[in-house]
Ligand binder design. Structure first.
Ligand code: CU
Length: 152
């Protein structure tokens, strides 16, 4: 267990290193694996949103997304366009980076997070310059049951 004092010292060390800017942020970015079709424009914009929010997406072009979702166990009721994997979790659709960070911090016993369909106010779907919002993020289990995770 990291003592508070030790954490403060480590954080100070990081601040000194942060003069190396871009290199450091690339090293600290959280890897996430994304499966999407090359032709999916909103998927690419969601990947850009992740990159701008402290993640390092590794993108796989995948044409047979439905088959992949079957294999990965994404319940049909929560499906969207792209599917991502981070740690032990699945991320289905246009889930905001902030909710993925919360997921990693809280580590709930769920299979993953989903924004079913492609709601217009989500990251990657909201037109540039608009505020977005008015959608729900669901936590889902393998049997397809869902519960509320966040509202935006
Ligand atoms: Cu989409």
């Amino acid at each position: 267990m990291l003592s508070r004092r030790r954490f403060v010292v480590s954080a100070a060390g990081l601040l000194v290193l942060s003069g190396r800017g871009r290199w450091l942020s690339a090293q600290l970015a959280t890897p996430i694996t994304v499966y999407m079709s090359r032709s999916c424009g909103c998927c690419a914009k969601w990947v850009d949103h992740l990159s701008a929010s402290g993640f390092k997406p590794k993108v796989h072009d995948e044409e047979k997304m439905e088959q992949l979702k079957d294999e990965m166990g994404v319940p049909s009721t929560v499906r969207s366009c792209h599917t991502a994997i981070i740690g032990a979790y699945l991320i289905e659709g246009h889930v905001p980076a902030s909710d993925i960070q919360r997921l990693l911090a809280e580590q709930p016993k769920i299979v993953g997070l989903a924004v079913p369909g492609m709601p217009g106010g989500t990251p990657g779907m909201a037109p540039p310059g608009t505020k977005g919002g008015d959608y729900e993020v669901l936590a889902f289990l393998a049997n397809g049951s869902t519960r509320h995770f966040a509202s935006h």
